[in-house]
Write a protein that binds this ligand. Sequence first.
Ligand code: SAM
Length: 304
Amino acid sequence: MEGCSSGIVTHEPEAGVLYLVGTPIGHRGDLSPRAQQVLAGVACIACEDTRHSAPLLQAFGISTPLLSFHRHNSRERVPGLLQRLAAGEALALISDAGLPGISDPGEDLVAAVRAGAGRVVCVPGPCAAVTALVCSGLPSERFCFEGFLPSRGRERRERLQALALEPRTTVLYEAPHRLRQLLQELHEVCGAERPLQVARELTKRHEQLVGPDVATALAHFSAHSPQGEFTLVLGGAPAAPPPTWDAVLLREQLQQLLEGGSPPAEACRTLARRTGHPRRALYDLLHSAVDPAEGTLEPTPPPA
Ligand code: SAM
């Protein structure tokens, strides 16, 4: 790595670059040396709440000026920040904790900088979603991130219904005062036995994972008032049961498709799509011998 000594890139921060800097989600030791260098060197740090970020920066001897940048003022702040970048200033964006842009402001600013062909560099750091996922023990090869569900109404119900069917592990954020309600809803839509780990206070003194399923987490937090910060890692929906093989019904359906003008191969393909049965098995069924006594097709065993 160019200009690198002990892992620190010495030319950073560079002029005119917007740095997205990951900050601790609890443990201050997680602010990387590179993050410290960039935050100390930029002209200004845009942060959600200056009162929240000031103590962290002070703890590292960083006295860079702060500018508030939160979801209520981010739109009006963007043009000014773009001007400063265009004038050659290096700027950093941080959130209260974790990675900016993940359930935190940042997305609009990054899109605007990129739209103007400006440079954006991420100095990665902790993220509650990924931290919870990797220590949950649930499948992490493929996963989805839902963040906070809509707070109420049809939109919330629809997202919960979608979660009930989602085969991948899903990561959710929730506020402590809403955790019990969410657990009850997950119990209703996903069932008591759906795998779940509720990660509480990650990287902090009282870090805890409560699982292994929805029923256990619901029972635990019904007995213990939820306090602190919570990230939920919900196991995927179990695979749908294999379709039932009903040779008589399948033959009738094939017959209807043939009568409707589909050639045999297409009829088998269509029915395979509709039922989930292998096309080859349907093809064999279609071509199974006629029972001479009955004048009908002989019963065919289901595919192995
Ligand atoms: N941008 C942040 C990130 O990358 O982790 C997330 C910001 S979001 C507004 C805040 C939510 O993240 C909290 O309500 C909680 O659900 C989750 N969270 C943050 N810190 C956490 C921690 N230490 N333990 C568990 N969940 C945490």
